[in-house]
Design a protein around this ligand. Sequence first.
Ligand code: UDX
Ligand code: UDX
Length: 438
Amino acid sequence: MKISIIGTGYVGLVTGVCLADLGNDVICVDIIKEKVDAINEGKAIIYEENLEEILNKNLKEKRIRATTSINEAVNHADVIFISVGTPSRENKAIDLGYIENTSCEIGKALKEQNDYKVIAVKSTVIPGTTENVVIPLLEEFSGKKAGKDFGVCMVPEFLREGRAIYDFMNPDRIIIGEYDKKSGNAINELFKNFSCPILRTNLRTAEMIKYASNAFLATKISFINEIANICELKGIDVNEVAKGIGLDKRIGPHFLHAGIGFGGSCFPKDVSALIASADENGYEPKLLKEVMELNERQKLWPVRKIKKIFSDLSNKKIAILGLAFKGNSDDMRESPSIPIINSLLKEKCKIYAYDPKATENAKKIFGNKINYCESVDECLNDADACIIVTDWNEFREIYDKFNLMKNKIVIDGRRIIADPEKCKKLNIKYYGVGYKNE
Ligand code: UDX
Ligand code: UDX
């Protein structure tokens, strides 16, 4: 099929590249010309496993290209996906500015078209947005009628950064929110070779499924973090508890990894937007509010630990291993590293940080307030303590490297160290979230 994707962030670019790889003819659109040029030159602009290879393969086979022109994209496609960002406003409610602009632009371009095309919203939007915002703008600017002259769907994404290609190609389910049957049939056709269940529903239910999925996963994380905090007080290892409860099929083993909270572009933004939207409708979602508050407190777990160890932190050299919000990603959005480092800077610590991929993005946040290292060794050298912030695989077995430190104090915010017992044998003072030997 002929596909266009408007907005080439994490979601848009991965969706475009994967659909091209499945044999579709894809145009990616972005307002930022540098991104468009980079894509056409085969540069992936974001770090995502295998993305650049697959992009280059499909550029070569002429199944994908990028442009800044929405007109060109609308003209080209049978299905047009909207995957522009939906950031939070100051009050945490969703900012629909990009969605509105894009809907107007697509509407204007549709005016000139005679063929039936389907517009599919992929950006995460508050239930009701496709019906109350996107469709009215498309109709106003095109002078055409949804359901008659063009189709509309809402097809949420469930891609994890770092695993986005895998997740796209191996989905647990595909949700198609459809304005009418004909619109849904077009999207169904696009995904017909996937073996997972396809759930067809209405537009606002699809929008809600995305929010409810992310809210549930965020709740699972805050839940296990709360259990971890209790485990610490009682001398119990939360990982064993997670294993034990995860064997219950009703609970399941996933998303029970205790740590210093969730960050990234989705969970914090989406749960906050759902809270703000429920509040607006006169319902106070107390559970979800606590999920967010516990998460904010959890991010500072390493700072509370370190303050118990040192009565005075000024001039202490603290090694920060990992800056990204999670391993296999260069994304700094809502990363726990931000409040942790800011708190330590307030205490006048000297920060030395290492991340395999996120350093360039971190520089935009911390500037020259911290020192950026090129290796674990350089970071740990002569440090008074080390905080592991991101679950990069390369931090899993670095026992020998802790010898480089002035004090062998390791605060593991992600429970990434493979064998905490081994640390004890090597005289490393180990503190892990929800770990028993405090
Ligand atoms: C996406 C979805 O858009 C968001 O709603 C969902 O919750 C998570 O996934 P992401 O891909 O991470 O977000 O967004 P971002 O990295 O901000 O990329 C959006 C892209 O759209 C940017 O490249 C931006 O330049 C582009 N854009 C934005 C446009 O092309 N047109 C616009 O009007 C606005
Ligand atoms: C998430 C959703 O998983 C995806 O379906 C959605 O569409 C986009 O948002 P992403 O934010 O890329 O994906 O990463 P994810 O792997 O879900 O992790 C989110 C955060 O939760 C990370 O900071 C991670 O470290 C943390 N996390 C995750 C935990 O602390 N414990 C866990 O068990 C799992």
